[in-house]
Design a protein around this ligand. Structure first.
Ligand SMILES: Cc1cc2nc3c(=O)[nH]c(=O)nc-3n(C[C@H](O)[C@H](O)[C@H](O)COP(=O)(O)OP(=O)(O)OC[C@H]3O[C@@H](n4cnc5c(N)ncnc54)[C@H](O)[C@@H]3O)c2cc1C
Length: 463
């Protein structure tokens, strides 16, 4: 059946767009793991929606399992494969089709890389606000399928809010075209939302219309320091109110994470001394340079006068801004010295974060095999990242760590994934975030849209 399947695929794709055998040596399942080549039946490289549709029709008919590859930056095993699986990689569908300044939208194929979109719209005074560390590799199709968040969700929302129109191919090859530029459309179900955040289990995203914003002309950034978590929450409310819609980032870094993030090179030298428990990176975006800077500075001064903070430093140039953000974004500074790393992206009510993380640190420190614990994250969104360094990759240590991070979330209405999704790695914990009825409805949708269960099998749940 394998040879027959390849023969059928060769009828719809040029030979050079189907990679098999030794041609998979330079292919991988994740950008971080390039020691092991990809294990798959073949990699297909479609260049059009019609080709994606033809591939899926063949796989559907033959009950062949398909795994979708975007930029391979997901952190949940979403792009891992087995020897009998067909990979559909969207990397050759990388055309920007249109930038419409008046409608403030960009139309792209799904293999376009996030940073390419940033660069393409910047010259027109526009902004695609989604932004995170993997922007140089992550593709818009992968981003849509994982409903990515990042550093400016507070002001602009997650991917879900930034997709105006979308085209997707269903498991049986049917093309669903909803490529509109309009913001409001209440004519029945908003079907595009089904494909956003469903991790490639319901369809393959092939094109999208994305919402652009007018680019801000002012950007004010500072690091603040405090010693207790209650002050963090007070500061968030204070700046959100004071900046009236301009607050775009409010990132929290725990002391030991800050120490490590700022100790590896001069490029990430510490802007504030290592004297405090919490470091906050705050960003405001606006359109009146002088006025915005004066307002930001005055709010900072008020926090000093009212003793709301213990220390602060403001960025005074674009290179300062870059320096401040590099500290937060370059997670390699945390992982490079780890033997093995385990990543978390939990969600929980903002007010409860301080206590929850303190408790987790205390418990994790007692586990043999846990070598480093770093917490930081998008605190304004109630989303904290943990990176745990550990001495081995054994199941028992992994599960013990998972248990500590996840077990308290259900009781406080949290989630095991704020951003990265469930993939293969977090399936066992889906019931912490979702009720049995919600999971059953997800399975019903999956079965209706992909009756043979060929698309990204085993991701999120087993049907
Ligand atoms: C350094 C670093 C920082 C990160 N920071 C953030 C962050 O701040 N916020 C955040 O949300 N995430 C973050 N991530 C996670 C990751 O970058 C995002 O999940 C991103 O959206 C994945 O895009 P990708 O193109 O790499 O997708 P991939 O990893 O290739 O795929 C992700 C999932 O989507 C599926 N898929 C891919 N393309 C398609 C398609 N066209 N149609 C259907 N399914 C598809 C895949 O099968 C897989 O299940 C970070 C990752 C790294 C490495």
């Amino acid at each position: 059946m394998n040879a027959d399947l390849i023969n059928q695929l060769q009828l719809v794709l040029p030979e050079s767009r189907i990679l098999t055998g030794d041609q998979l040596k330079d292919r991988y399942s994740h950008i971080w793991y390039m020691e092991d080549s990809l294990n798959a039946l073949c990699v297909t490289l479609p260049e059009s929606t019609e080709q994606v549709s033809s591939i899926l029709k063949i796989c559907h008919k033959n009950n062949a399992k398909v795994v979708v590859h975007g930029g391979l930056t997901n952190l949940v095993g979403g792009t891992e494969t087995n020897a009998d699986e067909v990979v559909i990689s969207l990397e050759r569908m990388n055309q920007i089709e249109e930038i419409d300044s008046d409608s403030r939208s960009i139309t792209v194929q799904s293999g376009v890389i996030l940073e390419t979109i940033h660069e393409a719209v910047a010259d027109l005074g526009l902004l695609f606000p989604l932004n995170f560390g993997a922007r140089g590799s992550a593709q818009i199709g992968g981003i849509i399928s994982s409903n990515a968040g990042g550093l400016r969700v507070l002001k602009y929302g997650m991917t879900r809010k930034l997709v105006l129109g979308l085209e997707a191919v269903m498991a049986d090859g049917a093309i669903i075209n909803s490529m509109k530029k309009i913001i409001k459309d209440n004519s029945g179900y908003d079907l595009k939302q089904l494909f956003i955040g469903s991790e490639g289990t319901l369809g393959i995203v092939t094109r999208a219309v994305l919402k652009l914003e007018e680019a801000p002309s002012s950007r004010n950034v500072a690091y603040l320091a405090v010693n207790d978590y209650k002050s963090v929450v007070k500061l968030l409310k204070f700046f959100d109110q004071g900046l009236a819609g301009k607050l775009s980032g409010f990132e929290l870094i725990w002391r030991n994470s800050y120490e490590q993030m700022t100790s590896t090179s001069d490029a990430v030298r510490p802007p504030l001394p290592y004297d405090y428990e919490y470091y906050i990176l705050i960003e405001a975006l606006g359109s009146q340079s002088e006025q915005d800077q004066a307002e930001f500075q005055s709010l900072l001064e008020t926090t000093v006068e009212k003793e709301m903070i213990l220390d602060a430093v403001m960025a005074h140039s674009p290179s300062d801004v870059e320096w401040f953000f590099r500290i937060r974004e370059d997670v390699n500074n945390l992982t490079d010295h780890m033997k093995h790393d385990q990543h978390f992206d939990i969600s929980l009510p903002v007010a409860l974060i301080g206590g929850y993380i303190k408790d987790a640190y205390k418990k994790l420190k007692l586990i043999k095999g846990v070598e480093q614990i770093y917490a930081f994250g998008h605190v304004a969104d109630g989303n904290i990242h943990f990176i745990i360094g550990k001495e081995n990759t054994g199941d028992s240590l992994r599960l013990e760590i998972n248990d500590i991070i996840y077990s308290g979330l259900k009781a406080i209405g949290g989630s095991v994934s704020a951003e990265h999704g469930i993939g293969l790695h977090k399936k066992a914990y889906l019931n912490i975030s979702r009720t049995p009825e919600e999971i059953q409805l997800m399975k019903t949708l999956k079965t209706a849209m992909d009756p043979n269960g060929i698309l990204n099998p085993g991701r999120i749940f087993d049907v």
